[in-house]
Design a protein around this ligand. Structure first.
Ligand code: DUC
Ligand code: ZN
Ligand code: ZN
Length: 472
């Protein structure tokens, strides 16, 4: 099928211009000046479908490089399946996810990966790739890292938190980084000092401090900054590239910035929850309500000024990517596991549907430019994780993953309003966005159009990824 998206403003990281976009099958065939006759005197008459984007933005579909569909966590599972989670992503203008396959301590890496393929295959509405969590670094796991790079899994997440579950000690991190330095893979780090945090958690509980707010109080910024610094030192020592996930402490990003300024291949990611939510307003909400916003790293105190600083670091590129860390849990029977003990609340917030809108609000509010919006949400994550050329750009030859976004539209986020994630509440209840996802195409197929879902389960394909484009 040929599709012509006409009359819109095409946005990329380096600028915006009035262009018509011609799609042929699954790929973008051409960008044309409006009214161009180079490919025919009346292209609109020959295209099988014309989408009128007059007054709208035409952007590359969102690339959310940090999701956890069906993640086993804290005795339960993240509540979105690949089917429900990728459908919700499509509603919000995200057309690619990179999810985390899990190897837990004692399991074979290849078995963890096979389990993730089995969960996702034939279920997804949009294209998907995998990172691999290495929860048990040993000789076999290190060998598996080399094998996986050849299979298109070119990034590995390690945890400095969650002792006894996914935690790697410094020696394990060092060995995994040496392997990555040799095979070209990216090391992704959950940078929190889990050993210190576990002591603080234990002490808080023994004092009877059991409410959700204690989740944040027992993970103070020092525990993040210390781990960020240690991870960077180990990366420096080994020569491995390092991407620090879900950064929320301004001090951690300041440390990252200092080492980026020295020319190290170290990168930072943040998520909408750390830009908009706070310990005071959300985690400390009355009763058990704060459990909705329990995630790790935690949402931090507005009084400490993290949120404002993180927006600044998005502008300076010390934070290069905004992902969601989508890890949804219902209140009923899931978050409720932690009534009377905050440490038993499953960690995670669902946002896969709202990232593009939430960051567009940052454009409206004058915090980032519209070009930076596209760069943070689409182009850089694609380049960072080996999808450049296919995803994250509107250019001839790229996959036709395109969003027509209405900057004059409006989106009311909330349960029973705009909400397609498999959750019994919205962590974004009441957020009003001065923009709207109108039309979404995934590899040339219209999946969202005028408030209707037209996609199908199984349309989404597995993406074998290359190495990061940011490395020499
Ligand atoms: N953080 C979360 O909030 N959830 C899942 C895993 C993680 O690191
Ligand atoms: Zn993490
Ligand atoms: Zn995560």
């Amino acid at each position: 099928m040929t599709v012509l998206i006409s009359g819109g403003t095409v946005i990329g990281p380096t600028g915006s211009s009035a262009m018509d976009v011609l799609i042929d099958g699954e790929r973008i065939a051409a960008l044309l000046e409006p009214g161009s006759t180079r490919l025919g005197s009346d292209l609109a008459a020959t295209a099988e479908r014309v989408i009128d984007a007059t007054g709208k933005y035409v952007i590359p579909g969102g690339v959310d490089c940090h999701t956890h569909m069906e993640l086993p966590f804290g005795g339960t599972y993240a509540s979105d399946t690949f089917e429900t989670g990728t459908r919700a992503a499509a509603w919000g203008g995200t057309t690619t996810i990179v999810d985390f396959a899990v190897q837990r301590t004692g399991e074979r890496v290849q078995d963890g990966l096979a389990a993730w393929h089995a969960k996702a295959e034939g279920q997804c509405a949009i294209d998907y790739g995998f990172h691999q969590i290495i929860g048990g670094v040993d000789d076999d796991a290190l060998k598996a890292m080399d094998e996986l790079v050849a299979e298109g899994i070119t990034s590995f997440k390690l945890f400095m938190a969650y002792p006894g579950v996914l935690y790697s000690d410094d020696g394990q991190i060092l060995r995994a980084m040496q392997t990555a330095a040799a095979n070209g893979a990216m090391v992704m780090m959950h940078a929190e000092n889990g050993i210190a945090i576990d002591v603080l958690v234990h002490q808080a509980l023994s004092r009877g401090e059991t409410a959700p707010v204690n989740h944040g109080l027992t993970r103070p910024w020092e525990t993040e900054e210390e781990a960020v610094h240690r991870a960077i030192m180990l990366a420096r020592l080994t020569g491995a590239p390092l991407y620090i996930v879900h950064m929320s402490a301004k001090q951690g990003v300041a440390t990252l910035q200092a080492h980026r300024d020295q020319g190290l291949n170290v990168f930072g990611e943040t998520c909408p929850q750390y830009l908009y939510l706070s310990l005071e307003e959300h985690l400390a909400a009355p009763g058990f309500e704060g459990a909705k916003w329990v995630c790790s790293t935690p949402v931090r105190a507005a009084a400490e000024g993290h949120q404002h600083e993180l927006w600044k670091y998005l502008r300076t590129n010390d934070l290069s990517v905004v992902s969601t860390d989508h890890c949804p849990f219902c209140m009923k029977e899931q978050k409720e596991l932690g009534v009377g003990d905050f440490s038993k609340i499953p960690n995670g917030i669902g946002s896969v549907e709202h990232r593009m809108d939430l960051l567009f609000q940052g454009v409206v509010d004058g915090r980032i430019s519209k070009e930076r919006w596209v760069e943070l949400c689409s182009t850089t994550p694609a380049r960072m994780f080996g999808l450049h050329g296919r995803k994250g750009v509107i250019a001839p030859g790229a996959d036709a993953d395109v969003v027509v976004y209405d900057p004059k539209g409006h989106t009311s986020i909330g349960y029973g309003k705009t909400h397609h994630m498999n959750m019994d509440h919205s962590p974004w209840e009441g957020f009003e966005i001065d923009g709207h996802v109108d039309t979404v195409l995934s590899r040339g197929a219209v999946v969202i159009d005028g408030g209707e879902y037209l996609g199908s389960k199984g349309h989404g394909r597995y993406l074998k990824r290359g190495l990061s484009q940011y490395l020499l």
